[in-house]
Design a binder for this molecule. Structure first.
Ligand code: UD1
Ligand code: MG
Length: 445
């Protein structure tokens, strides 16, 4: 009896330890597969060397994983919404949950659509060569370009469905349609830019005209609250009238172009737009929670119904555009994202806060001004230099951009880590923007 029990116990523990070691093996196998996916892709498409790639990676704070950036940016507003939204507000919950569900569906639809359309775009000549990878340009595999068109179409379908199924007032619908028209124009311009490279004057004129429907439909105030220290000279409120409309028009031109020129490393265009979108989401949640007036709450609920689908379709794009990019987003995406931000900012009446979320883009724009306005020669690409001995990006001194400024200050960094670091900077700067808006703004107004 006793021998039997001992034997049974022995067999049991051998089985257990076998199972455990099999599990450990599985885990290591799984983690090495996950770890090597990027490397395998780099090896198969660009013949990159494993040792150089491994050596190109830097330690903290450059080793931030992309999943962390995404989870932090999107997790915060979602957690805040479930903590802060009043449980009795049926209209809010209906609009919010409907938008969340349809946006999750939109994510999967976009993911599938990108898979399907990327080949046809490439076959029809819409592709680019990844400039920051090893190998000579001619022998590099083509990367489908302009996938922004796919996500913009899914986004428009979702928002149109929202118009049908959510109860917006007639006045709001007029504004909403104008906003969608402006977005469509931006997508059209972006796609034209991807197919035939447009001149700078087109990039300035078309977004300006594209905002006209939005500006004529805008029925909000055109006055601004004056900061306390200027009130003795200007009074507490100043009506800017037509100047306010000009400001809104310029905002659209700025938003569309500023994302397009903060570009050139895998994942940065879609990543920055995703982070800004998440912070607009968070700002909406805070404003709904504060509930200053029913009108403000309804403006921010409206903004939620646009920005959440935008965030989710962009997330699907990131999946394919993240380092090493399997698709490029194209100017279509940059203009689409910029116009969507301008639209929610204008129709949600928070353009100043929205501009605060654009601090890195403003910085990049100011740095770029001498080249954009032709004072200094502006080459076709203002990318950093890819060093094929180290697989790191290096600063090019006469390309005045954020990315080059980062490499100049922090030293050569590989493309993946540069992008993730800059996205983290975007998160920190957007958090600073919220501090300025709610703390410093409170002292000034
Ligand atoms: C803007 C920038 C330009 C930058 C380019 C990169 C200005 C005034 N213009 O031009 O300096 O080089 O974006 O997008 O600042 N590409 C990559 N890796 C990426 C993304 C793009 O190699 O991660 C390359 C590909 O060859 C792709 C091309 O850039 O085909 C797309 O460039 P495009 O968006 O047409 O450039 P612009 O928007 O005109
Ligand atoms: Mg571009």
């Amino acid at each position: 009896m006793r021998r039997d029990t001992v034997c049974n116990n022995l067999n049991y523990s051998i089985k257990m330890s076998d199972a455990r070691s099999k599990k450990d093996d599985d885990l290591t196998k799984k983690s090495s597969i996950v770890k090597d996916e990027t490397l395998l892709d780099l090896q198969s498409r660009y013949k990159m060397d494993e040792q150089i790639w491994t050596a190109s990676k830097r330690g903290f704070p450059f080793n931030i994983p992309l999943w962390f950036v995404i989870a932090l940016a999107l997790g915060t507003p979602i957690a805040a919404s479930f903590l802060c939204f009043e449980s009795g507000n049926a209209y809010l919950w209906k609009a919010y949950l409907f938008t969340l569900c349809i946006s999750v569906v939109a994510y999967f639809v976009t993911d599938k659509a990108i898979e399907q359309f990327k080949e046809s775009l490439e076959k029809n000549g819409l592709f680019g060569k990844d400039l920051n990878k090893a190998g000579v340009r001619e022998s590099k595999p083509p990367v489908p370009e302009g996938l922004g068109i796919v996500i913009a179409i899914v986004f428009l379908m979702v928002t149109i469905l929202g118009q049908v199924l959510l109860d917006f007032t007639q006045a709001k619908l007029v504004e909403y349609n104008a906003g969608l028209l402006a977005t469509c124009m931006a997508v059209l311009l972006g796609f034209a830019d991807d197919v035939v490279d447009l001149k700078w004057r087109h990039k300035l004129i078309v977004p300006t005209i594209a905002t006209f429907p939005l500006l004529v439909a805008y029925n909000g105030v055109t006055s601004v609250v004056v900061p306390r220290f200027l009130q003795p000279f200007l009074g507490s409120i100043v009506n800017l009238g037509i100047l306010y409309h000009i400001y809104m028009g310029m905002l659209a031109v700025f938003c569309t172009n500023s994302i397009n020129i903060y570009a050139g490393i895998n994942g940065i265009e879609a990543g920055q737009s995703f982070v800004i979108g998440c912070f607009i989401f968070l700002h909406n949640v805070i404003e709904i929670y504060l509930g200053t007036s029913p009108q403000i709450v309804s403006q921010h609920i409206f903004s939620l119904t646009i920005i959440i689908p935008f965030i989710m379709v962009t997330l699907a794009l990131i999946k394919h555009n993240k380092f090493p990019s399997k698709v490029f987003v194209g100017d279509t995406f940059c203009y689409f994202a910029g116009m969507t931000f301008a639209m929610v900012g204008i129709l949600g009446h928070f353009t100043k806060t929205m501009l605060l979320f654009f601090l890195p883009q403003i910085f990049n724009f100011v740095l770029s001004m001498p080249q954009i306005f032709g004072i200094i020669h502006c080459p076709r690409h203002r990318l950093p230099k890819f060093n094929d001995k180290t697989y790191r990006l290096e600063c090019v001194h006469n390309h005045f951009t954020n990315i080059n400024a980062f490499l100049r200050i922090f030293g050569p960094t590989n493309e993946q880590q540069s992008c993730n670091f800059l996205l983290m900077v975007q998160i920190i700067s957007c958090s600073g923007a919220l501090f300025l808006r709610y703390v410093v703004g409170g002292w000034m107004y």
